[in-house]
Design a protein around this ligand. Structure first.
Ligand code: SAM
Length: 347
């Protein structure tokens, strides 16, 4: 069974809310182009493929970029050829697989020693065979490795730490991914700071789901980032993190300013924003950096705003308790300054 795009653990994934978001977009927005500007897993863009002719995906993580290319980008690929290659590589007995960076750094920590040996070996084989693969095939193998490795990881779902004090089971098993049929669609895949992309993007509907608390995605998913980039970076501390990269302004105190800047620069007809009410969370790392009022104010500077809310069960490690956890979608229909002035004058 091939892996689907949503077969992944990812903090803040909107997989369970994608149907609701889709209904709201269908009812309240119009147009032929859609951008998921903080795409994360890409599940919202995947849901909107059916509705829009042009779909833009953006996220500044390297691993997400490869995953989008694997699932969405047009390009030739032959799953049987990929399967045959993988089978051939996996015929090498583990004790004959050479030692790799992945094995030396992550073996017995983020993965069992056996799993790290295989993951490191496959990562190197994928790179070696890159000249014989199409770009789509290269990304498909790499995305398959990222998803399969993530499933075998000795973590609670992200890489802030690995689980200690228990034997790590050997569970790694390579699975291929199942790409979308995007023929007839225009797909654009970017790996940029969202605020920079906002300055050159032109799209009918822009979906905005930034991080809202201090947890940096590039730190949470550093093992997937390092696996994607390859090489032998220096790693630091108990959690084996590399030098910081792609640190988001949305996770800092400047978040509300970054959000206002983003909203001010987007050239679009509809702004669709996801938000949840974790602002008053007891745990400081999950407390929101942007308040609901900041969102409304920024959006009102561009047009008419509607707010939609939904109760959403919230699961976490126990520190944060929300009896009234709500998910919000704000939709702003963008108007011109003249339209806004006229609307204001009629009140
Ligand atoms: C809340 S998650 C998005 C989840 C996504 N809607 C989903 O359903 O999987 C926010 C994403 O924004 C990305 N990100 C954070 N700051 C960014 C920035 N300044 N530019 C581009 N991407 C950014 C993170 O890497 C993360 O994947």
């Amino acid at each position: 069974m091939a892996l689907e795009i949503w077969n992944r653990r990812y903090t803040g994934s909107k997989y369970k809310l994608a149907g609701w978001i889709d209904e709201l977009i269908e009812t309240h927005c119009e147009g032929s182009s859609f951008c998921d500007i903080f795409a994360g897993t890409g599940v919202v863009a995947a849901t909107e493929l059916k509705r829009f002719d042009r779909v833009v995906l953006n996220d500044f993580l390297y691993s997400n970029h490869v995953i989008y290319k694997a699932f969405f980008q047009e390009g030739a690929y032959d799953p049987e050829r990929l399967e045959a290659r993988m089978e051939q590589w996996l015929q090498t007995p583990e004790d004959e697989m050479p030692s790799t960076f992945v094995y030396e750094q992550y073996g017995g920590r983020y993965f069992s020693a056996r799993d790290a040996k295989i993951i490191g070996y496959l990562r190197e084989k994928i790179e070696e065979s890159r000249p014989e693969l199409t770009e789509k095939e290269y990304c498909m193998l790499l995305a398959g490795l990222l998803y399969s490795a993530d499933k075998a990881a000795n973590t609670v779902g992200h890489y802030d730490a690995y689980i200690k004090g228990k034997p790590i089971r050997d569970t790694f098993h390579f699975e291929q991914i199942h790409p979308f049929d995007t023929s007839g669609k225009t797909i654009e895949i970017c790996r940029e700071d969202a605020n920079q992309l906002a300055r050159r993007l032109r799209c009918d509907v822009v979906y905005i789901d930034p991080p809202y608390n201090s947890r940096q995605y590039s730190r949470f998913y550093h093992v997937l980032e390092t696996l994607t980039k390859g090489g032998t970076p220096q790693l630091f501390g108990e959690a084996l993190k590399p030098e910081p990269e792609n640190m988001s302004e949305y996770c800092r105190n400047a978040a509300a300013g970054a959000f206002r800047d983003l909203i001010a620069h987007l050239d679009c007809r509809y702004l669709v924003v996801s938000y949840n009410n974790t602002y008053h969370s007891k745990s400081s790392s999950s407390r929101n950096k942007i308040e609901l009022e900041d969102i409304v104010k920024a959006l009102e500077s561009r047009g008419e705003v509607e707010i939609h809310a939904k109760e959403h069960p919230y699961f976490n490690a126990g520190k944060t308790e929300f009896s009234d956890h709500k998910e919000y979608i704000f939709i702003a229909r963008v108007t011109t300054p003249a339209e806004r002035e006229n609307a204001g004058g009629m009140e």
